[in-house]
Design a protein around this ligand. Structure first.
Ligand code: IPE
Ligand code: IPE
Ligand code: MG
Length: 240
């Protein structure tokens, strides 16, 4: 068992859950089976994150660019998401988890929106961990939307140019509501961010795992945290 230091936990962890498709292809199964197996990993990892005291967990579940995938894969993902929300309701409410969502949520199917919104409001007062699902999410899209809101406020005289600071921009970026991520994990072997948390990732520690998301275990999360704890975060400064 990997040993982690309870005094040096990442406060906010983001996960790019990649590799479902390849997991399924290796087993000669349809990609949707990979997504189904992936949702079992979500269950495991959410439970563990809550247990070890991670305050915020942001999961990249569906990117804005993923809408361009074949229609049957997209609809399978939407059904699985709905099933996940139904089946995890008790787990979320019973464990003090606050559910949130970021992304272009207006594009999500009505049925998904319905369960999602309901569970977000039911769990709104929970404070043990914030679980944010990034859905129809793109980091560039999120920044563009904040820029539009700022331009609008400036145009009507509600915001002066000199007040457009990093903090002001951050306050208009929904994924920043839980603060910048300390650690971003990507499974599936690719070493890129694929439009995840672009604003907040400025000083995030990155951990890339070759493990495909459906096979990512509790032990793998411990390994990622242990790696995080061995790093020296300098934020551009010189450490004495
Ligand atoms: C990640 O797995 C899940 C989503 C993007 C929704 P992929 O479906 O991207 O799996 P690979 O990368 O093709 O293996
Ligand atoms: C990132 O994975 C999106 C999610 C995990 C939801 P992708 O599979 O979409 O990213 P690329 O295409 O490898 O960059
Ligand atoms: Mg992928």
């Amino acid at each position: 068992m990997t040993l982690i230091d309870a005094r040096n936990m990442p406060r906010h962890v983001g996960i790019i859950m990649d590799g479902n498709g390849r997991w399924a292809e290796r087993r000669a199964e349809p990609r949707s089976e990979g997504h189904r197996a992936g949702s079992r990993s979500v269950r495991r990892i959410v439970r563990l994150a809550r247990r070890i005291g991670i305050e915020a967990l942001t999961l990249y579940a569906f990117s804005f660019q993923n809408w361009a995938r074949p229609e049957d894969e997209v609809s399978a993902l939407m059904v699985l998401l709905q099933e996940y929300l139904f089946s995890e309701r008790d787990e979320i409410l019973g464990n003090g988890i606050r559910l949130a969502a970021v992304g272009e949520l207006d594009q999500m199917p009505q049925e998904v929106r319905h369960v999602l919104d309901a569970l977000c409001s039911e769990s709104a007062a929970n404070a043990k961990m914030t679980l944010t699902l990034a859905l129809s999410y793109g980091g560039q899209e999120e920044i563009a939307s904040a820029a539009r809101a700022i331009a609008k406020d400036h145009a009507v005289g509600r915001l002066r140019l000199e007040d457009i600071t990093v903090d002001e921009l951050s306050s208009r970026i929904p994924s920043q509501r839980v603060g910048s991520p300390d650690l971003i994990i990507r499974t599936g072997g690719e070493t890129r961010l694929s439009n995840f948390l672009l604003f907040g990732s400025a000083y995030a520690e990155l951990f890339f795992s070759d493990r495909l998301w459906p096979e990512f275990t509790e032990e793998d999360l411990f390994t990622a945290i242990e790696s995080y704890q061995r790093r020296e975060r300098r934020f551009g400064q010189v450490v004495a």
